[in-house]
Ligand binder design. Structure first.
Ligand code: FMN
Ligand code: MN
Length: 477
């Protein structure tokens, strides 16, 4: 794996021509606004903000790190030139064969170039953006990982939970639900009347950013998974305050304690969500007292604000790769591809139908694992699941709604679902229904289905090779 840390990743992005440097933006809404506009551009560049108003030059914010397929592939060590569906398939295969690497302790930690303790801690020195206009405050952690140690077994959890800044030395850490590993671990300390040692790692290696989003089993550390992505261990040092293993090459690390909610909570949010709404209310949230801050010289904050879809943190739908693996390990054959659209709110599976019920079998498994997804579509293998226009063509021409749409009730969603009424949420409802749209040619008469008039992908490629220059308006050579 070529890059060793976020800085080296940024250099690789620059070498691809995909980095834009922005000077003079404001921490309040400008960094967020520019990030959102850029994420809506067809080639969606990554952004490095410097000379942020009110902050010394060199203190930077990096956004849109992995928001397109090319940079998501680069972060995974997969050929960034692959077409998106091929890149996702390469990741699915790599993910199945990953070799775990435990983190490696080192003495030399660039992150310790600067440190402050207790009364000298001042989080206002970092340009934590106010990402969206109605946000309840600045968020230093939008793409940061939160490190905790399970007090029973000693394993380390390192996943992404958002982190809001409250004054000089306090932040809140927000768990979407009580099943998050971080929430389970913190509860173990709190039940004994203790505070939970915790660290927030900002500007981490992109492999850690990706690992922090994966649904791994409890007991499996995201550090090991990130090491597996890179095929080399993440280098760690023992946090001077907490003793937690911390990534040596990260940019900014906060160490401290998550205090028991019986002692203190703070109102958190609201924060613009990945659905494009504010659906979860401002609510009491666990507080971290920050007692040590370490950072590299000229530190870089990795910002990954949720934005209105189709913008998403990852330009390859990683959870579609897990669903693809789920299908294969459940014995579903002939899966041509899996993709997610609308920032993971819609899942599409493409299958080469071999028997009646094959398509629905695949769709039901995909639906079960589609977090917050109201639409699950299954298409034939001549349809590219990553191409939304193609998928809609299949839906509108192969799906008879009275026969081919099923509704599954009380299925997996969350408190972030904007369509669950707030009084229902207050009663604890976090489920919704999922429509399974079978957009395949009906199996019983699929061979009699009208043939398509479109060129096959091979024919189209041959035409493009021979006539492409003429279409571009340049002379054929
Ligand atoms: C950029 C980004 C921000 C996220 N923010 C949160 C958050 O604030 N709270 C949360 O519970 N999950 C959040 N998630 C999702 C979790 O990181 C993800 O589900 C992870 O698998 C949870 O890890 P765990 O199983 O160790 O708890 C976020 C994911 C990403 C990519
Ligand atoms: Mn975990």
């Amino acid at each position: 794996m070529p890059y060793r840390d976020l800085r080296e990743f940024i250099a690789e992005v620059d070498a691809l021509g995909a980095l834009r440097r922005i000077d003079g933006a404001d921490q309040r809404f400008e960094i967020g606004g520019i990030t959102e506009v850029a994420a809506g551009l067809p080639d969606c560049p990554a952004l490095l903000f410097d000379r942020i108003s009110g902050f010394p030059p060199g203190v930077r914010v990096f956004t849109n790190a992995t928001t397109n397929a090319q940079r998501a592939a680069l972060a995974l060590g997969i050929d960034p030139r692959l077409p998106p569906l091929d890149a996702l398939k390469a990741w699915m295969k790599k993910r199945e064969g990953l070799k775990v690497h435990k983190p490696k302790p080192v003495n030399d930690a660039p992150c310790l170039e600067n440190s402050a303790r207790d009364g000298d801690v001042d989080l206002q020195r970092f340009p934590a953006p106010y990402w969206h206009r109605q946000d309840g405050g600045p968020y230093i952690g939008s793409g940061s990982i939160v490190i905790m140690r399970d007090p029973d077994d000693g394993w380390i959890n390192a996943s992404i939970y958002r982190v809001q800044v409250h004054g000089k030395a306090k932040v809140t850490i927000q768990f979407d639900h009580l099943g998050r590993h971080g929430a389970i671990i913190a509860r173990k300390y709190w039940d004994k009347g203790e505070a939970c040692p915790v660290a927030v790692v900002n500007g981490e290696d992109p492999a850690l950013f990706i690992a922090g989003f994966e649904y791994l089993p409890a007991g499996q550390s995201e550090y090991d998974f990130a090491g597996a992505i890179k095929d080399e261990p993440i280098e760690v040092f023992a946090g001077p305050l907490t003793g937690l293993p911390l990534p040596a090459r990260a940019e900014i690390i906060l160490e401290g304690e998550l205090v028991p909610p019986s002692r203190e909570t703070l109102p958190e949010g609201p924060f613009g969500e990945f659905t494009g709404y504010y659906a979860a209310d401002k609510r009491p949230c666990p507080v971290m007292e920050v007692r040590a801050v370490h950072h590299r010289n000229d530190p870089i904050l990795l910002g990954s604000p949720p934005m209105k879809p189709p913008r998403f943190h990852f330009g390859l739908p990683f959870r579609a790769a897990s669903i693809w693996s789920n299908l294969e390990s459940a014995g579903v054959t002939d899966v041509a591809g899996v993709w997610q659209h609308v920032a993971q709110l819609m899942t599409v599976v493409a299958v080469r139908q071999r028997y009646d019920g094959h398509a629905k079998r695949a769709a039901l498994i995909a639906a079960a694992n589609s977090y917050m997804g109201r639409l699950v579509v299954v298409v034939d293998d001549d349809v590219d699941p990553s191409n939304l226009a193609d998928v809609m063509w299949a839906i509108t021409t192969r799906c008879e709604p009275s026969e081919q749409i099923d509704i599954v009730r009380n299925a997996w969603s969350s408190a972030l679902d904007p369509r669950i009424p707030s009084d229902a949420k207050q009663r604890g409802v976090t489920s919704h229904s999922k429509a399974i749209i079978d957009a395949c040619r009906p199996f019983a008469w699929k061979d009699k289905f009208p043939p398509t008039s479109a060129l096959s992908p091979d024919e189209a490629r041959a035409i493009a090779d021979k006539w492409g220059n003429a279409l571009k308006g340049t002379r054929a050579t």
